[in-house]
Design a protein around this ligand. Structure first.
Ligand SMILES: [Zn+2]
Length: 183
């Protein structure tokens, strides 16, 4: 830290104490050259992560938006909201720890999927499908290959008509002749 008076690079710390509700450390320093006293603050660098979307557009990483997306895909999967919040917090910490300040939305999607795969296969597949719809991703399917069979089974289950739909179908057709109904 350069002395503001003589630009000397060495100083000794006279006092350290936490400041700003433990979010920074305030240090009282004395220049080793001219004995000028000055104060420095050390705080955690909190950087803005830029997300590069599939269409090339850039936006700031939005933790709450990611959480909303994950919560939506994990509805009725029995996963606690606190668990999903923890996942998103972990992802943020991971992104903050990277040397790169940019990440593609596809990379984020893969990180989310890797976390979900350890918790719930259903949530994993749901998130993957929502994610694909939002991004229009084709090559993303490659990352799903090992879950493809389960996915197909779920799709089949999802196409089974609900009971209300069945009753509608039963009510709708009117038979012209009894013969066509019994054939
Ligand atoms: Zn100095």
């Amino acid at each position: 830290m350069l002395c503001p008076i003589c630009q000397h690079t060495n100083s000794r710390v006279l006092e350290s104490r936490s400041a700003e509700s433990d979010k920074s450390i305030r240090r009282r320093r004395e220049c080793m050259n001219c004995q000028h006293r000055f104060t420095t603050y050390e705080r955690i660098e909190f950087v803005t992560i830029t997300v590069i979307k599939r269409d090339g557009k850039k936006e700031s990483f939005d933790k709450s938006k990611l959480l909303r997306g994950i919560i939506r895909s994990c509805e009725k999967t029995g996963i606690e909201a606190s668990q999903l919040e923890a996942i998103v917090n972990e992802i943020e910490v991971e992104l903050q720890g990277r040397s790169q300040r940019e990440i593609t939305s596809a990379e984020i999607g893969e990180i989310v999927l890797s976390r979900l795969s350890g918790i719930s296969e259903v949530a994993y597949i749901r998130f993957a499908s929502v994610y694909r719809k939002f991004q229009g991703i084709r090559d993303f399917v490659e990352t799903l290959n090992h879950l493809q069979n389960q996915k197909d089974n779920l799709k089949f289950a999802a196409t089974v008509p609900q009971s209300s739909e069945i009753s509608l179908q039963q009510d709708a057709p009117e038979c012209e002749t009894p013969a066509s109904c019994t054939s």
